[in-house]
Write a protein that binds this ligand. Sequence first.
Ligand SMILES: Nc1ncnc2c1ncn2[C@@H]1O[C@H](COP(=O)(O)OP(=O)(O)O)[C@@H](O)[C@H]1O
Ligand SMILES: [Mg+2]
Length: 301
Amino acid sequence: MAHSHAHGSAPRPSPARIANIRCILGVGAGKGGVGKSTVAANIAISLAKTGSRVGLLDADLYGPSVPIMLGLKGAKPKVNANNKIVPAEAHGIKAISIGFMIQEDMAVAWRGPMVGQAVTQFVRDVDWGELDYLIVDLPPGTGDIILSLCQTVPLDGAVVVSTPQDVAFADVLRAVKMFSMLQVEVLGLVENMSYFHCPDNGKDYPIFGPSNSDRHCAEHSLTFLGALPIELGVSPNADRGLPIVVAEPESQLSQLYVQLAATVAAQLEAKFAAAEAQPEFGKGFFSEAVTDYEPPKPHTH
Ligand SMILES: Nc1ncnc2c1ncn2[C@@H]1O[C@H](COP(=O)(O)OP(=O)(O)O)[C@@H](O)[C@H]1O
Ligand SMILES: [Mg+2]
């Protein structure tokens, strides 16, 4: 199980790692409405079902939907004796949403630095306890809000969510470029609402047109993490606070979320293992010789 491993020591220039959180995964998108929050919540619960300790941080101030999706609407997190915010809990995960903290129409007036600060507080001043995974439902797009967020939350990797349309890929590609610019590794792309599997005749219907994401990903050296179907049970259950992996764990979509969670977890483990295996340059071998070393004086003529 993930939490039996030692804490990872992946090199990270900035921001600083958080001691009790082993890894932080961002879920991002080029635009809203593609299913980012649904992916984030179902991955989080899938990881928890395998025994990992998981937190979900809803940082999407444009449309914080985690409270409704987890059945936590109206929750008012308390502050404990140590002055830390106590996260809400549902379906085996801990959750904090920007939606718990702000009135519904307030967020739009926020600027990047304010959000960055608020989210930093969510990560660092929330009593998460020990977590194996913190999943962050990121705001969509490439504006200053997500920029400052990526500079304050030490993301170990990001998954981006798109839909089959070519325009959606163009948007998500901008988000991918932004992540690489910020040195956040993009673990791969998930194509959501790719097709509808008709239970009556067993056929798959590409409602939003044929999928090109695997080809687009190959062209841009991006890992294609797979295509998720439109499932009729998703929206009505989510509105009742039941993510599909809870409401219909046997459904095809739920099984795909479980696989997706396992793939992403394995990618993060591989990344940590690689970082641990990397020797620090010259460590041990040079340690004695280097103490006597005098750098040459610069020429002054
Ligand atoms: N695979 C899916 N099948 C059916 N409905 C979906 C699926 N993924 C997401 N939805 C629904 O689409 C809407 C938008 O999803 P959401 O996760 O809120 O998007 P985002 O966070 O990107 O804005 C929600 O009503 C959600 O229940
Ligand atoms: Mg959302």
